[in-house]
Ligand binder design. Structure first.
Ligand code: HEM
Length: 222
């Protein structure tokens, strides 16, 4: 791709060496983001009474079956989908989105004013815990994302992958990896929470949040 930046097509599209490098960085950061989400999912699942058993019940039909796009659709695994959404809501790995978004004109909305030239950052951790949208916003409650309950949640109240042209292109891929991993794990093991950590604490990493202490789970074969 690096060499292609010299081609007429890439020059017409404005794809430079900097574009290619930035996309590569994003792909590297992405594996951190997936690991961050997975660690949280294991933490929430192993510390929430009944959650693991409910997942196991949902996955039983996968025994001896191939896992494919059809059988891991949101409607095929509604409780896993709810657990995943709730995990991504409570634990968005990006600290902020659009570090250099500049407001191009004076803007007013519902009494909030932003002056032209102001740099605006979106903080997913704050957006995703908006008490006006989510009841008990700091609690892990996957049922809020069951199909029958999720109608009141607006799209922009969930900022983990962001939206529009700057949204994460790896969204569905990331969710697929996490779903397949969780199905295989829960089918074969009981996950015990970290013995020393009762809650997860963070420090800022270069682009994503990072754990102060890495959670270590104990897996017991079923
Ligand atoms: C749970 C996992 C992930 C989360 C939470 C996440 C979140 C995000 C967010 C919020 C952005 C926008 C950043 C901004 O504009 O400031 C982004 C961009 C991006 N993500 Fe992800 N991501 C994840 C996984 C992945 C995966 C698995 C891939 C690819 C294999 C990927 C590839 C990218 C790329 C290439 C961009 C840059 C897009 C652009 O600049 O147009 N991400 N991601």
């Amino acid at each position: 791709m690096w060499e292609q930046t010299a081609t007429e097509e890439f020059q017409r599209l404005g794809i430079t060496e900097a574009t290619v490098t930035w996309q590569m960085v994003n792909y590297l950061v992405a594996s951190d983001a997936v690991a961050f989400a997975l660690a949280h999912l294991l933490f929430f699942v192993s510390t929430t009474p009944g959650c693991q058993d409910r997942l196991y019940e949902e996955f039983k039909s996968f025994k001896g079956q191939e896992i494919n796009f059809e059988n891991i659709r949101d409607t095929s695994v509604p409780y896993l989908t709810a657990v995943l959404n709730e995990t991504l809501r409570l634990a968005p790995s990006p600290i902020s989105i659009g570090d250099d978004l500049e407001c191009l004109q004076d803007w007013t909305y519902e009494g909030y004013k932003i002056k032209r030239g102001t740099i605006v950052n979106v903080l997913p951790m704050a957006v995703n815990r908006n008490p006006a949208v989510y009841q008990n916003p700091n609690s892990f409650k996957p049922d809020r994302y069951l199909l029958e309950n999720r109608t009141g949640i607006q799209k922009y109240a969930f900022a983990t992958f962001w939206h529009g042209p700057w949204a994460c292109p790896g969204n569905k891929y990331a969710q697929t990896i996490i779903k397949v991993f969780t199905i295989r794990l829960v089918l074969n093991y009981i996950i015990n929470p970290p013995s020393t950590l009762t809650q997860l604490e963070y420090e800022p990493g270069p682009t994503t949040l990072r754990f102060k202490d890495i959670p270590i789970f104990q897996l017991v074969p079923r």
